[in-house]
Each structure stands twice: as structure tokens, then as C-alpha cells.
Design a protein around this ligand. Structure first.
Ligand code: F6R
Length: 369
């Protein structure tokens, strides 16, 4: 049942090309029209939406943060992302024109379920992105978009995360289609780029020997920092969460731009820092800014471990280790850059002799508030 792998976690990391491929499957036609017929809310209802609010916890909330960048860019709709357990306790502003997107792998997370109920009481429409057929959150939601990652057994989420991001991209493209924000040709191009992602994830998996070796060498490390910017920011947060959960190592994710506002004080000789580097083809010189962050921490003795796009030579001089992922449009990059971080955490925890499928103190679905 572990498909020849030593753990479900390893299997599920390796299932990711299929999880993303299956989530895309059958959801658009040959002309690039999205056909989310299963959605159960009418295009008219979705046209009247003036704000999206994503509610989720943990890894699922990081998927929501990735989605925010894409949906705002494609649909010109404001997207807020909020932890479900914070939402209900702060008098949030939601009404009939708010679309709540509740993201939950299990569909049973009590914090998210209670937030969904509260939002419905306020008159908001709720759409669930969920991996578990017939679970409570999609049953109570007005609409559901299932992720087709297959059952996720390991407690820490991996393939469900990539499938959630994929489903959220489809939702964003669908909203852009019905609201007329994008030409059909552009939507078709993005879908074509998405359809190439599963093979690219496979390439990352096939080239994971080096990151595994590094993880084994670092099994005595006491603390690891993760930096990212734009869509790389939630990826950094997710990389840190995986390492905490699986290897019980202190890990923090930061927005790279925050470095000089405080976290750079943590940098001392030998401090390992992962940096998720934006594509050099992206907008607004973000690439150059992150490269200069790498220089700054390197000058202070950090051990810099860089995840960058193939062909990005500018980072080479400042990276102690560098892992390349295939080229893809910047907004889609999290589907690739997350994978080495998952592998790193899984491998390091295994090297420490921990049970990666059942980390201490954690449950697969958190059914209490
Ligand atoms: C992290 C992890 C948790 C879940 C969170 C939400 O690896 O698994 O952070 O992502 O508990 O769970 P769902 O998505 O089932 O609502």
C-alpha cells in the first residue's frame, strides 16, 4: 500500500505529478474553456462577488495565500486569506457579495467548519476546496471543487497542498472567464502551462538525490530559516512548517523583504537559510532584490541553500547549495518550488529516526476547536 516506499509521506510526495494532473483532468475543453459544472453556484452568482475570503488552517491556509496572488492578478478581485480560527472572533466584514473559499484536505477541520457556518449566517456564499468526498465542509458549503489527490494518509500534508493550489488556480481562471477579465486565449495559455506542471514535478522528484544528501548531512541542525517573496513567501512558510512537524527542528519562514526589518539579527555563522528565489523572468525586479538578500545573509555567515529556476546563474555565486526547478510562469512556481522543501523535511526526519507518517502530538484531522 506504500507503493514500495518506506513511508506514506514519501509515497505521497511522489504521487504529486498525478495529484496535480488528476485535479486538472476534465475541467476544461479543447478551446481552454473551464467547465466546472460540478460547482453548484451559477455564473450569475459568481459575477456579483466583490470580495473573496479564503478560510483555512495550516498548510491549507498557505495554499490560500498562494491562490491570492493568482486570483487577484487574473480576476482583479480582492482576496483576503484568514486562519479559520481567527475569522469568527473579530467581527469580520462579509455579506452576500463575499465568496468564502474554505480550503480543507479532510473536510472535517472543526475550526474551518465553524468559520464556514458563521460566514453562511452572515449571508456569504461558501465554496469548499476539499480532498475528501462527502465530508462535512463540502456538505455544508454552497459549492465544492474537489481536489483529486487521492487519500492522504501521512499526517503532514504534501500532495493535498499541491492539489489545493491547482484547484484554486482553476477557480481563479473560471472567475476570470465568467467575469470577462481575461481573453479566452490567455486562459488557454495558462491552462497549457498548468498541464505541463505534472511532468516538471516529476523532473524535480527525479533530481532529488542532492537534496536528500544535504538533508542527511544536516540532521544535527538546530534551526533553519526559510525566505521567500511573492508566491515564494507562502512556500517558505510551508517549508518551515514541514520541518517543524516532521523533524521537530525550530524553523521559521519569512517574507524576504522583512529580513532587514528584524529577522536578519538571527543570522550568524553557519545558520542554514533556505531561499526560494523568484523567477528572473518575473516582474518588478523581485529577483534582483532576493539575490541581494542572499548576498546580505551570506556576508553574515549564513549557509545559503537556494531553490531557483533552471538557467538562473545570478544566484550561483552566493549559494552554498543550489537546487534548480524547471521553468514555469512565476505564478505557477509554487507547484515546483515546494517539492524540494518537502523532500528535505521528510529525509531529514527519517535520518533522525522519526516516524514521518505519524509525527508526535499531531492528528490527521483536527476535529476540535
Ligand atoms: C500540515 C497539516 C495541517 C493541516 C491543517 C488543515 O502538514 O497537515 O497544518 O493542513 O490541520 O487541515 P485540513 O486541510 O484537513 O483542514
Amino acid at each position: 500500500e506504500k507503493g514500495g516506499y518506506d513511508s506514506f509521506m514519501e509515497k505521497e510526495i511522489n504521487d504529486q505529478p498525478q495529484a496535480v494532473g488528476d485535479t486538472l483532468l476534465g475541467r476544461s475543453d479543447a478551446d481552454g474553456r473551464l467547465t466546472l459544472d460540478e460547482l453548484r453556484v451559477s455564473p450569475e452568482e459568481l459575477k456579483s462577488v466583490n470580495k473573496i475570503m479564503v478560510l483555512a488552517c495550516g498548510t491549507s491556509a498557505y495554499a490560500g495565500q498562494v491562490a491570492k496572488y493568482a486570483i487577484e492578478h487574473w480576476c482583479r478581485l480582492p482576496v483576503e486569506v484568514e486562519l479559520s480560527h481567527e475569522f469568527r472572533y473579530r467581527d469580520p466584514i462579509v455579506d452576500a457579495n463575499t465568496l468564502i473559499v474554505a480550503i480543507s484536505q479532510s473536510g472535517e477541520t472543526m475550526d474551518t467548519l465553524m468559520a464556514v457556518r458563521y460566514a453562511k449566517e452572515q449571508g456569504a456564499k461558501v465554496l469548499a476546496i476539499c480532498n475528501t468526498n462527502g465530508s462535512t465542509i463540502p456538505r455544508e458549503a454552497d459549492a465544492v471543487l474537489y481536489t483529486h489527490a487521492g487519500p492522504e494518509i501521512a499526517v503532514a500534508s504534501t500532495k493535498a497542498f499541491l492539489a489545493q493550489i491547482t484547484a484554486a488556480y482553476l477557480l481563479g481562471l473560471y472567475l476570470a472567464q465568467i467575469r470577462g477579465n481575461k481573453f479566452q486565449g490567455e486562459i488557454k495559455d495558462i491552462l497549457a502551462d498548468l498541464s505541463k506542471v505534472p511532468d516538471k514535478i516529476q523532473q524535480v522528484l527525479d533530481n532529488s538525490g542532492q537534496i536528500k544528501e544535504l538533508a542527511q548531512l544536516m540532521s544535527e541542525t538546530g534551526s533553519v530559516l526559510f525566505l521567500g517573496r511573492h508566491v515564494g513567501f507562502p512556500v517558505a512558510m510551508e517549508g518551515a512548517l514541514k520541518l517543524k512537524e516532521l523533524a521537530y527542528i525550530h524553523a521559521e519562514g519569512f517574507a524576504a523583504g522583512e529580513l532587514k526589518h528584524g529577522p536578519i539579527a538571527l543570522i550568524e555563522e553557519g545558520q542554514p537559510v533556505f531561499v526560494v528565489v523568484p523567477s528572473p523572468r518575473g516582474r518588478d525586479s523581485l529577483h534582483a532584490k532576493v539575490v541581494s538578500n542572499i548576498q546580505e545573509i551570506r556576508a553574515r555567515g549564513a549557509k545559503t541553500i537556494v531553490i531557483a529556476e533552471e538557467g538562473d546563474d545570478a544566484v550561483k555565486a552566493y549559494a552554498e547549495h543550489i537546487f534548480y526547478v524547471p521553468e514555469t510562469p512565476p505564478l505557477l512556481a509554487p507547484l515546483l518550488t515546494t517539492v524540494p522543501l518537502q523532500i528535505f523535511a521528510c529525509e531529514l526526519a527519517t535520518a533522525k529516526g522519526f516516524d514521518v507518517d505519524q509525527p508526535r502530538n499531531l492528528a490527521k484531522s483536527v476535529t476540535v476547536e
